[in-house]
Design a protein around this ligand. Structure first.
Ligand code: CTP
Ligand code: MG
Length: 225
């Protein structure tokens, strides 16, 4: 099968709270984005990887890519969803069978997780890595008073890469352009298509706030969970 990868790295990291976007911060001496590229490059040819970036950060991008000859990066949009669509459109000529869409803010992606996603695509329209929810989840109103407890047995934490049949996800993204879903599986859910959960990995948790960097470091380099 022909597999393409879209790595979304066009965000500004507002919750991370640093002028340098988190995807360009170093983890063990390498930018988060670079960790992601190297993981996918073990399994997919470089010419099938598209990075979606903010051209304002071209210098940081070039630094992160030093020595790797990837296709030209694609300019992202104001929302993650728009950035993904820009990436998918850039692959229309290649017309891959599958596409894996990954957050640059998840540097701890492993071969195992990637392969579980890819393997599930022979039978499903989409596949996403997930982890069980460990905490008790409460729904509260704006005043802070609890309204109810959401049973957690059927809840899953969604990670990336989220894998899809390319034609299916491209069509869905075109149909829902302008909306703001925070992941790609949500678009197929809207269409009633089958997206299967495969086992994720705590090392693949997203870096969102500054203290997530320490956790990411420990999980990547000391194997601690
Ligand atoms: N992303 C993107 N284009 C956007 C917004 C987000 O490519 N317009 C990417 C981010 O770079 C990140 C991934 O989508 O790799 C997941 O998004 P998130 O963790 O929300 O990152 P940011 O949007 O950068 O952070 P924040 O929401 O805190 O501003
Ligand atoms: Mg965001």
């Amino acid at each position: 099968k022909k597999i393409a990868v879209v790595i979304v790295a066009a965000g500004s990291g507002s919750r991370f709270g640093d002028p340098i976007p988190k995807q360009y911060h170093l983890l063990g001496g390498k930018p988060l984005l670079r960790h992601c590229i190297e993981s996918f490059a073990k399994l997919v040819p470089l010419e099938m990887i598209r990075v979606i970036y903010n051209p304002d950060h071209r210098d940081r991008y070039d630094d992160a890519m030093n020595g790797l000859s990837l296709p030209e990066p694609i300019a992202g949009g104001l929302t993650r969803q728009q950035s993904v669509l820009n990436g998918l459109r850039s692959l229309e000529d290649e017309n891959p069978d599958y596409v894996l869409i990954h957050d640059a803010a998840r540097p701890g992606i492993s071969d195992d997780v990637i392969l579980r996603v890819v393997n599930a695509l022979s039978e499903h329209s989409g596949a996403i890595p997930t982890l069980p929810v460990m905490d008790t989840i409460k729904q509260a109103g704006h005043s802070g008073f609890i309204e109810k407890t959401i049973p957690r047995a059927q809840l899953h934490r969604a990670q990336t890469p989220q894998g899809f049949h390319f034609a299916t996800i491209l069509k869905a993204h075109k149909q829902f352009e302008g909306l703001e879903f925070t992941d790609d599986a949500a678009l197929l859910e809207q269409l009633g298509l089958d997206v299967i959960c495969v086992e994720g990995d705590v090392a693949n948790d997203k870096v969102t706030r500054p203290d997530d960097m320490d956790r990411a470091h420990d999980r990547l380099y000391t194997g601690s969970k």
